[in-house]
Design a protein around this ligand. Sequence first.
Ligand code: UTP
Length: 403
Amino acid sequence: MNFQETKLLLIQNGQDALLRAFDGFDEDEKRAFCRQVNSIDWSIFDKRSEERKGGLSPISGLTRREIAERSDEFERTGAELLRAGKVGAVMLAGGQGTRLGSDAPKGAFNIGLTKEIYIFECLIDNLLSVTNKFGARVPLFVMTSDKNDIETRTFFEKHGYFGYPENDVYFFVQDMAPCTDFDGKVLLEEKAKIALSPNGNGGWFSSMKRAGLVGRLKKQGVEWLNVFAVDNVLQRIADPVFVGAAALSGLPCGAKAVKKVSPEERVGVLCQRGGRPDIIEYYELDEKTANARDEKGELLYGSGVILNYLFRVSSLEEIEGSKFPVHRVKKKVPYFDGEKRVIPDRENAYKYETLILDMIHLLNGCLPFEVEREKEFAPVKNASGADSIQTAQELLRKNGVQL
Ligand code: UTP
């Protein structure tokens, strides 16, 4: 696409303001800028999320008591699937961790106090405890973004893959999307470069497919994928009891969940909407619904998701190409103001993201699987306060991890 066509593309997408920037570009900058403009999926702005339709109702799932009662049966089934190589793991590590305020990959954060223990290492240790116990091979797929791909791969290499078999680790890169100001105008990151950010964790399966990894895992016989967030240091990966319960349920997916501590807790909750499984974000839950309780006094919408899902690969393929809503999320995005780079001290921009939780609604069913918060949920989101390094360190210590 030439210079004129690129200008037209920007105008068509309501980005006329960027044309002014063109005037100051030299020939190299013009070429690079045109290349970048043409590589962007501009349709992301048209796929904004709509209000979901259909009445909300609670979803039933396995409680901790029910899981304990059937844990031998679940574990036996899960162990068989693990030993047969039918389970893979997907680490979502493409996020930027803006709330933590570090540019490095979140998994490279040293959470140790007297020695070095990286977040990646905590996760790999958890996975190794399963693969070693069952003599299983679990391919680990790590999603990165353009912003942290090289650093992530280098970090794994430098640390000997934290003891995980190198041949079982596969990296793939997710797509990026432009960032805009609150009026929808695209921001520049440098003089001749549009500010891009990772396009959310919802595109993991299509990005994996594009990287040729879905074909590979199917050839290997992988039937289930355990997808998890990089930033929960107590994350149990390829948990045989969860795998067995999901497989025996006959449902296309399972979601680990913790009981909400209060109606106000800021986590997404599992529910049904219009007869399909769904996850409702805390900011969409009105006060009355958030406080609704059943006859035993339990919150009706009290299953908080911890971003640990099991998906049947064949079901993921069935929903491929389905319409995926795009969410606008307020974030701090550094930008070029025409003269200099500005690092904002408050949210100044929208990022455009698809979310993994929207996948659940596309599937025909989902098994909520309750886990003990103190044993499985230690998110590292903020630099201090709730869900921070300090709270995660405390929980790691409580679980016997030497820091
Ligand atoms: P978060 O929603 O916490 O986003 O990600 P984040 O980018 O890591 O952090 P903030 O909001 O900027 O502070 C939840 C999980 O999804 C992954 C993250 O790496 C984390 O494991 N993620 C998020 C991606 O893999 N890609 C994305 O584009 C966004």
